[in-house]
Design a protein around this ligand. Structure first.
Ligand SMILES: Nc1ncnc2c1ncn2[C@@H]1O[C@H](COP(=O)(O)OP(=O)(O)OP(=O)(O)O)[C@@H](O)[C@H]1O
Ligand SMILES: [Mg+2]
Length: 296
């Protein structure tokens, strides 16, 4: 009986918001595995006793990244960890978009301002709306959309990100998102299992430190050939990507109408199985296959 741990986080009393977790635990148990959900930072867990540890909803990692990566490093030495720690480390820092661009993958054009870099006059776009957001982040935390007239507020946000030790990202606001939304293509075991689409998250005038609805109006989506092609090119460009168990590729249309990678989520993607219950068997099968695969 394969032993599988699904790594999650401890929301300290609040109910765990990972709706995929109980569904996956049940599906894996029904398929004959000994499956358990465990917080990644739970003390005294014998990770070596599992054939496979899958990062599922380690959603506190964005504010505990060093600690989380140290755990992943340890865990990956004790047993098989998905995704592999090197991929995870690369993916926790959104500067990976630069690596994808260098490999010829269409991505949202991005400028990075590390702590210590004061925004120069040409670092914030003079024309068109733009976005400032952190290079480590999730749930649109500390992200905002600005007009060129709001430059001073944007500079203050960059300073706030720097004060938290975060690198700031500056991107043009891709206006087509207001019409065609953002698409998330989900891969498991090397196959596209489903896709969803959501509305734009950032509205004009919403302060960067306001809470945002992360997945407004999420719906099932049938990806176009162009979307699939960009997603597959992105996955092919991941360093060490041959070892991926799962991936979510988030795409938004550029001004030319062609899809661009907004985010590649290889650490703890929300799977949205509640919206795609037909994918549960395929996901459970991919996890089981990885758990019993020969080492190496
Ligand atoms: N350049 C952009 N143009 C238009 N919208 C953007 C842009 N960058 C971010 N957004 C909006 O902000 C949201 C959050 O941005 P992003 O996905 O990059 O950060 P995140 O914090 O990792 O979010 P999440 O974890 O919720 O996916 C996006 O889903 C999108 O609606
Ligand atoms: Mg996102």
């Amino acid at each position: 009986m394969p032993r599988i741990a699904l790594a999650t986080y401890d929301p300290e009393g609040a109910p765990n918001r990972d709706r995929d977790l109980p569904v996956l635990v049940d599906a894996l148990r029904d398929a004959g595995a000994d499956a358990q959900a465990l917080p990644w930072d739970a003390p005294d867990v014998d990770w070596a006793a599992f054939d496979l540890v899958v990062m599922r909803s380690t959603w506190d990692y964005t504010w505990r990244t060093a600690e989380f990566l140290a755990w992943a490093e340890r865990c990956g030495k004790l047993t098989r960890l998905a995704n592999p720690v090197d991929v995870v480390r690369w993916n926790t820092d959104k500067r990976y978009l630069g690596d994808l661009a260098a490999a010829g993958v269409p991505v949202v054009p991005t400028r990075y301002l590390a702590p210590g870099d004061t925004p120069a006059a040409d670092d914030l776009p003079a024309a068109g709306d733009f976005v400032v957001k952190p290079a480590y982040g999730a749930g649109a935390r500390l992200a905002a959309r600005y007009t060129p007239a709001e430059r001073q507020t944007a500079v203050a946000q960059v300073a706030r990100l720097h004060a938290e030790g975060l690198t700031a990202m500056v991107q043009p606001y891709l206006t087509r998102i207001d019409v065609s939304g953002e698409r998330a293509l989900q891969f498991y075991g090397g196959r596209l299992v489903h896709a969803s689409r959501k509305r734009a998250v950032l509205s004009p005038g919403t302060p960067y430190d306001a809470d945002k609805v992360a997945h407004p109006d999420l719906r099932p989506w049938t990806p176009s050939t162009a979307e699939r092609a960009v997603a597959e090119r992105a996955l092919a460009a991941v360093p060490g990507g041959a070892g991926l168990l799962y991936a979510r590729v988030d795409l938004v249309d550029g001004d030319d109408g062609d899809p661009r990678v907004m985010e590649l989520e290889l650490v703890e993607p929300n799977l949205f199985l509640w919206l795609h219950p037909q994918s549960v068997p395929a996901v459970a099968h991919a996890i089981l296959t990885a758990a019993v695969a020969p080492a190496g």
